[in-house]
Design a protein. Sequence first.
Length: 232
Amino acid sequence: MPTILGIYLFNSREISLNACFAQLFFIHSLQCFESAVLLLMAFDRFIAICNPLRYASIITLPRIPKMGLVFLLRGVVIVFPLPLFLKRFQYCCTNVLSHSYCLFQDVMKMACSDISVNSIYGLLAKLLIMGLDSLLILLSYIMILKTVLHVASSKECLRALNTCISHLCAVLLFYIPEIGLSVIHRFGKGSSPLLQVFLGYFSLLVPPLINPIVYSLKSKHLCARIIKVFIK
């Protein structure tokens, strides 16, 4: 965000390589942690619907921060080699980024050296984190759907599925542009630069801005407070 504001407010178009490496580390690490949060929320919904009697014994207060710490360390360990790989390169091409912030795929294209190993590692890291997380979220929803379909009352079935709508919207908002941007950078050589810029801004800015709105729409208390603020 400081880099984006610097470009648009102060016309500052230069950033040092070390600052760029630090920025991409934090951007990708936080994206990995956001993916982990969505996975943990899917696990929470799965236990609450499929095994409600054991929910209190499985999702305990001491266990929640431990799970968060494990996923945070997972993201840091996997993302930490990315800036180290980029630091070894010589950059002799035009140092112009496609986005107003630093992404691993974008910075890697500016290197003069062979980037095949780094490209493979970046793709494996993306598959290991977001690919695996999205697959586990999909499996959890399949199990949830299988469970609610066995509920005798259609009203109860809809009530159970209604609790997952906000989370499902947040999952789609996060994974679709993020995976699409990664695929375009690696395989879409003939794709429009405008599409890359749009997906880049969408994946970075839209989910954090829209998620509070998505979740507040399902809360009557929050909706009432928001309407009250605008009416005043």
